[in-house]
Design a protein around this ligand. Structure first.
Ligand code: HEC
Length: 241
């Protein structure tokens, strides 16, 4: 029992996950339990990401229903492509153009919060790890995805980071330093991308939302059943004593 508990605890310890490049991942604190955060994250995705990235498995209508956004608000604030309410969320840009412009078509992000080692933490760290790099065609690079062709689309919010190199280790980036502040403070930027990561975590498994609310009922049922079993046991043993 204690061994099983130890394994469970180990599985729950975050921060053990490492990015593919070996850079430690930051803890995203991602959770799908906060509807206001999910709504803000959806708005951020639509404003800053859906120009290039699709969510091919996600219908706007389903997201709106799950996140408690009325249809007219969703169509007004979250739909920039003239898509129908029931359509899947498509990128405004055609994939072929993406390939032409960035050398690589921006991938669909439906499963991005699940497909990387570290999951939401990977995504969170990625969105914090862009830095100015004049040697790249886009002018940006990323320590979590070195050589990424995605530009830092949130730079106005975060500001511009520059690399600080480790002394004596040519070309090894020790950390990133905020050289030019953005519109948001570092804490506000972290909160904003946490909203975005929460939303993409929801998109990665929309059914988890129902499972979470179902879980409460399962626990209540088990508790009630345990109580009944205890009453029954008392009843059976009354005559024995
Ligand atoms: C201007 C177009 C553009 C916008 C806007 C954009 N991206 Fe990207 N994104 C790309 C391209 C191009 C790639 C492919 C980069 C590569 O692999 O080199 C990419 C890759 C990614 C990846 C890595 C995917 C993988 O499988 O490795 C993630 C995660 C990502 N984008 C998230 C976002 C998020 C979140 C937003 C909104 C804040 C966003 N992107 C906005 C162009 C864009």
């Amino acid at each position: 029992m204690t061994k099983r508990l130890a394994i469970l605890l180990l599985a729950l310890v975050p921060g053990l996950a490492l990015a593919a490049g070996g850079a430690p991942l930051l803890e995203s604190g991602a959770s799908i339990g906060n509807p206001a955060s999910l709504q803000r994250g959806a708005a951020m995705f639509m404003s800053y990401c859906s120009g290039c990235h699709s969510l091919g498995y996600q219908r706007l209508s389903r997201a709106a229903a799950d996140l408690g956004i009325p249809e007219d608000v969703a169509m007004d604030k979250l739909n920039f492509t003239g898509a129908k309410f029931g359509d899947h969320i498509k990128a405004s840009m055609r994939p072929a153009d993406g390939e032409k412009w960035f050398g690589k078509a921006p991938p669909d992000l439906s499963l991005i919060a699940r497909s990387k080692p570290g999951g939401p933490d990977w995504l969170y760290t990625f969105l914090k790890s862009f830095y100015a790099d004049e040697s790249r065609p886009s002018g940006w690079n990323n320590t979590v995805l070195p050589g990424a062709s995605m530009p830092h689309v949130l730079w106005e919010l975060q500001g511009i980071q520059r690399p600080v190199y480790a002394a004596g280790h040519e070309g090894h980036i020790e950390r990133l330093e905020l050289a030019t502040p953005g519109k948001l403070s570092p804490q506000e930027y972290d909160a904003a991308i946490r909203d975005l990561v929460n939303f993409l975590t929801y998109v990665g498994e929309p059914a988890a939302m129902q499972r979470t609310s179902l879980g409460v009922w399962v626990i209540l049922y088990l508790a009630a059943f345990t109580f009944l079993a205890w009453l029954l046991k008392k009843e059976y043993w009354r005559d024995v004593h």
